[in-house]
Design a protein around this ligand. Sequence first.
Ligand SMILES: Cc1ncc(COP(=O)(O)O)c(C=O)c1O
Length: 376
Amino acid sequence: MTRPTEITIDLNALIANCHYAQSLSPDSQTVAVVKADAYGHGAAEIAKALEQTVSMFAVSSLEEGIELRQQGITAPILLLEGCFSLEELFIACQYGFSVVMHNLYQCQMLENLDAKQQIAIWLKVDTGMHRLGFLPEQVMDIYARLKGVKQVKNVVLMTHLSSADETNNHFTNQQIEKFANCHKQLESHFSIQIETSIANSAGLKAWPIARGTWNRPGIMLYGVSPFMPTNKLSVDNLPEHSMQQQLLPVMAFMSKVIALRNVPKGETVGYGNTWVASKDSVVATIAAGYGDGYPRTAKLGTPVLVNRQHAKLCGRVSMDMITVDVTGLTGIEIDSEVELWGKNLLVNEVASWADTIGYELVTRMPKRTRRRTINS
Ligand SMILES: Cc1ncc(COP(=O)(O)O)c(C=O)c1O
């Protein structure tokens, strides 16, 4: 028997989630965000599975884009942070990548570019996130400069929302309004139609006015809602609007029980003796720890499914193992199946017990955790 710890990636769930994303905005095109190894799901495999369904992929860097091309992905690819040097921009042109342009340095780079191929530019407007992008009052000037560069194939106007997961946060309205004004001014000044892109997953679901020519869903494709259950303002707390109910988790993090013991009342379990048995208890040891991607910050009581029954984390998470209180559960034995997160236990729920978000847990799965793809 090999160590029974693995993640499974369900490509059918991925496609279903993508169709759901598209159903929210049927007139838009989809840029599937597959940066950071498709949020830990395996970028090449995810992109191959989605290639017939979406129009474009988005990654963070030139390296991530090249990796997809080397794996045979021919669809358009957008570099979300643009290029970091003239050499990179030249290579991006050769690979046919589209690039975000978010600062003057990148604009100057483009003006100095000597390449045969044309390149699509996604001009980023900083409408309030204050991370990347030109201020709305700079955009007219930058757009005029882009029009003067012969290598520019077309320009899409984009922005990014900072709080789209808070469904009644007025800041999102302000961002969208700033963006709409900027877009309107450009279109009327240059007498052309300009494509737009605003929405991430939360924007796509909760802010219909954020839907543009292109939407950029990421986390929802992987079956994880951007709305945390602990966020009182989230749509997932309104059952009739819940996004999570429409999504199928793509990643399942599975393991098995590798030891079982009786722990008498008053005895402790694990490093630091943080868990004390309040009664005579049965504790299962499971082959998954922070070295496998389980969060060390998970608190005592974090839910774990053992043999499909709810159990609670007891004791600190160690590198290779966790311990779980299975007192009173039925049929638990060595080799019993354990779901750490997946279809029956949402990663966002585990994340909320570990003071983080599902995004982080799925994205940082380490190399050593074995992967298996389900494609039935
Ligand atoms: C610019 C941009 N667009 C879209 C996304 C996708 O966001 P989400 O995963 O919340 O859908 C991201 C992710 O961080 C992003 O940085």
